[in-house]
Design a protein around this ligand. Structure first.
Ligand SMILES: Nc1ncnc2c1ncn2[C@@H]1O[C@H](COP(=O)(O)OP(=O)(O)O)[C@@H](O)[C@H]1O
Ligand SMILES: [Mg+2]
Length: 252
């Protein structure tokens, strides 16, 4: 299964990505978590101390080209299985592999082309078996929602907090996702204090299935400050995360 996590900046994409990666791994699944945010935080959220050893994904471009033989055939000669990806592009702990796009230096054109090409190729071509899941922690907003990349996922989770700005960004993401024909969309309500927060989200975003709600929890923000995983600190987060996984898997 291939999942992408999107939403406005700061809503909790990385927190949700790390939580889901951890819970899928706890279920015995092999997880490939990809930090596709140019200012990467997923390593900390997963508790991967040696993340600086990861070779950024953009450098895989040469490898994809080298092995492609002829033009346009990129990746076909590379067995597109997660377990066969070169070790230097990831750090591994328990059942989780982490890859990172790297801190992208965008030039005047605003295009992170090699990075996006690699990301797109990986997400589209990688084969995932029943016991494997790819989780893509995406860059904030919609402009960068790489169409070809997102088209290749099985579901897009949009993290939304009970704020006007977050709802507006979510509406834009929904429009874009529908435009490109992606219809497996789920909302994840985050930083929820009470029933009125839940109602605020569900009444404004009626048309999409709600995968679940995660509580606003100081233990989560404290963990972020310390650079430790939020799911270790917060039992409530783990429990709510389990329900989200059940929803996403049952609607598959
Ligand atoms: N459920 C939550 N309760 C409390 N703080 C949260 C929660 N989810 C996220 N945060 C905090 O909000 C900030 C942004 O979260 P993050 O996951 O990095 O967002 P994003 O990846 O969307 O930018 C972090 O400081 C994080 O600890
Ligand atoms: Mg993030």
């Amino acid at each position: 299964m291939k999942l992408a996590v999107s939403g406005k900046g700061g809503v909790g994409k990385t927190t949700v990505s790390a939580l889901l990666a951890y819970l899928f791994a706890q279920r015995g699944m092999n997880v490939l978590a990809i930090d596709a945010d140019p200012s990467p935080h997923l390593a900390d959220a997963l508790g991967f101390p040696e993340a600086e050893n990861i070779t950024p994904l953009a450098e895989m471009k040469e490898l994809l080209m080298e092995r492609s033989g002829s033009q346009g055939g990129a990746f076909y000669n590379l067995n597109p299985r997660v377990e066969d990806l070169p070790e230097r592009f990831m750090v591994t702990k328990d059942n989780i592999r982490l890859m990172a796009l790297g801190s992208v230096q965008k030039g005047g054109s605003g295009c992170a082309c090699p990075e996006n090409m690699v990301l797109r190729t990986l997400v589209r071509k990688l084969f995932t078996s029943e016991s494997e899941v790819i989780i893509l922690d995406m860059e904030a907003g919609v402009e960068h929602l790489g169409r070809a990349t997102v088209q290749a996922v099985d579901a897009l989770l949009i993290v939304v907090e009970p704020s006007r700005g977050s709802i507006e960004t979510t509406e834009k993401i929904i429009r874009l996702a529908k435009e490109i024909g992606l219809d497996r969309l789920f909302l994840v309500g985050n930083k929820i204090r009470n029933q009125s927060d839940r109602d605020y989200i569900t009444t404004r975003l009626k048309d999409l299935p709600m995968a679940g709600f995660l509580p606003l929890d100081m233990k989560v923000s404290d963990a972020e400050r310390e650079g430790t995983p939020p799911f270790v600190a917060s039992t409530e987060l783990r429990e709510a995360g389990e329900n989200i996984i059940k929803q996403v898997m049952s609607n598959e």
